[in-house]
Design a protein around this ligand. Structure first.
Ligand SMILES: O=C(O)CCC(=O)C(=O)O
Ligand SMILES: [Fe+2]
Length: 335
């Protein structure tokens, strides 16, 4: 969903390619807008219209996905009721122009060509999203980092050593239930997904996450991240030159395994607007994520010894970590 600063009402213009927003015109009255909505509403969560914006002679409908807006457009055209519809995108305002220069985020994980990177859209329903957000707000012990708030379940994550050994409040059963729906055909490999540690991050608009690889020695081969309440762009890099970006819509599940988990750093740039396939998307007021991990019992046997703290030199890497001499999680410096 696209939100703007309330003081700065976003403007939209016709888009050349498909987007999540459909402008329908001519609409003479609010009644007519309601009628349109009823006629093109689609069953299923992603078909739901997320927001409606009335203009004098048109109405703009925001859908959860481009696929849903395309299906709605198809239905409206089939009705042949004299209404025209077109896709719209947020017009870039002065001050946001540099967004276009940023790494363009893709909507499909396959387009990043990073082995082991999977994005499953609409992994949870709107009702489950609401329940998980309430659970995260009402349970667990909160830690305030420089710019975001975190809660841990199962085991507390230690930002000094970057592993998790101390037991804490149990993982909410709803969260574990939801994980069970991950099937091997969704993620391309067979091993069962187990999880005994959950971190909930709450990012206010404009806040991101520093580049890091989740500690090899501390966590297992699959890291999962569920995006709730607001979208974000996650970037992946192996060096300053090799940098790719993926749009994470609400209710999507990101799966990091193989190279995506062990070799590529992931991070969320601190910013309010992202370039998503050429469209400027404003981040929502808050994004809440559940990160699911399994604590590792033996040494890490990954194929990336350069990135692995579980191999040669592990002791010196660990002592640097303990002393806080690390580029990872720099938002903690001084806390
Ligand atoms: O917020 C997210 O989706 C990712 C969080 C993350 O990477 C982490 O906690 O290690
Ligand atoms: Fe991470």
């Amino acid at each position: 969903m696209v939100n703007g600063d309330s003081a700065n009402v976003p403007r939209y213009r016709r888009s050349r390619g498909p987007t999540t927003r459909l402008r329908v015109s001519p609409i003479e009255s609010g009644d007519r807008a309601r009628e349109v909505l009823e006629r093109i509403s689609i069953r299923g969560d992603d078909g739901r219209v997320e927001s409606v914006c009335d203009r004098t002679r048109s109405v703009t409908l925001a859908f959860a996905s481009v696929d849903a807006s395309s299906r709605a457009m198809g239905r409206l055209e089939a009705l042949d009721c004299g209404l025209r519809c077109s896709w719209t995108e947020r017009a870039v305002a002065a001050g946001e122009r540099d967004v276009a220069e940023r790494t363009m985020a893709r909507r499909r994980a396959e387009d990043l060509a990073i082995p082991g990177l999977t994005l499953i859209e609409n992994f949870v329903s709107v009702d489950e999203e609401r329940a998980l957000v309430t659970l995260a707000r009402e349970s667990g012990e909160e830690t305030r980092l420089a710019r975001r708030r975190v809660k841990h379940f199962g085991y507390a994550f230690d930002y000094g050593t970057r592993d998790a050994n101390e037991r804490c409040e149990a993982i909410p059963s709803l969260a574990l239930e939801i994980l069970k729906r991950l099937r091997s055909d969704m993620i391309g490999y067979q091993s069962a997904i187990r999880c005994d540690q959950v971190t909930v991050n709450e990012y206010p608009r404009g806040t991101g996450l520093a580049p890091h690889v989740d500690t090899h020695s501390a966590f297992g081969e699959t890291i999962l991240s569920l995006t709730l309440e607001g979208c974000a762009v996650m970037e992946f890099r192996t060096s300053a030159e090799e940098n790719r970006a993926l749009f994470l819509p609400r209710r999507s599940m990101l799966v990091l395994s193989a190279d995506a988990r062990y070799r590529w750093q992931h991070y969320i740039p601190h910013r309010k607007f992202d370039n998503v396939e050429g469209e400027t998307i404003a981040r929502d007021d808050v994004r809440l994520s559940y990160t699911f991990r399994e604590r590792r019992s033996g040494p890490c046997m990954c194929a990336f010894p350069m990135q692995c703290d579980s191999r040669d030199g592990a002791e010196s890497k660990c002592s640097k970590r303990r002393a806080g001499k690390t580029q990872e999680f720099p938002e903690l410096v001084g806390e």
